[in-house]
Design a protein around this ligand. Sequence first.
Ligand SMILES: C[S@@+](CC[C@H](N)C(=O)[O-])C[C@H]1O[C@@H](n2cnc3c(N)ncnc32)[C@H](O)[C@@H]1O
Length: 215
Amino acid sequence: MQNESRQAHWEGVYTQKGESEVSWFQDNPAPSLELIKKVGATAASAIIDIGGGTSRLVDNLVDRGFEDVTVLDLSDAAIQAAKARLKGRAAQARWIVADATVWEPVKSYDVWHDRAAFHFLTEERDRAAYVLRLQRALKAGGYAIIATFALDGPERCSGLPVVRYDPESLGQNLGREFQLVDSRKHAHATPWASNQSFQFSVFRRCLKPPHLSDD
Ligand SMILES: C[S@@+](CC[C@H](N)C(=O)[O-])C[C@H]1O[C@@H](n2cnc3c(N)ncnc32)[C@H](O)[C@@H]1O
């Protein structure tokens, strides 16, 4: 998918639908919060939510005292809707309107979180571009928490095809620099009470690039 049509698609979604009218709506992003806690993130940790859309993850992090939270999404409408919901608290987060496959990170992060953005990258070159940004943006020893539809999950979302993963196939996309340290399945209940099978995987970025490691 071309970057322009991808952007137009998501802009259309967020200008036409309310927060809870999309299948991926979560009242409480509990699996993400649990994993962010489990990787040992502290209030000072720099966390970025890639393809954050209008997710309430940012609200929860700000409310828990996280001081360095960034939300990146290619839809300006999504970012504006999330900011409007947060009202004054929006200033406690950073907001970036960008496509994760072309964005140039200007700082580095302790935690990279992505729920249901990576799985829309159906072309190899887009996945490679995403992984390049992950390598540039995540600190050595930092964690990438990536949730996608699982192998038994839906084949499409928001009218678009997706790639489904298990932790191993996701890891193969990220490369040897990222070691799988945790994973779980999660049945997401959509607002219309159907279930979607997700997998959440946690990868730790190696302290040393694999080609320089002793083992
Ligand atoms: C299914 S929604 C999930 C939103 C959010 N992560 C959540 O859990 O509620 C996918 C999101 O990824 C964003 N997205 C899709 N492709 C993207 C890309 N290449 N770069 C940045 N954001 C992207 C969309 O705008 C949308 O907000």
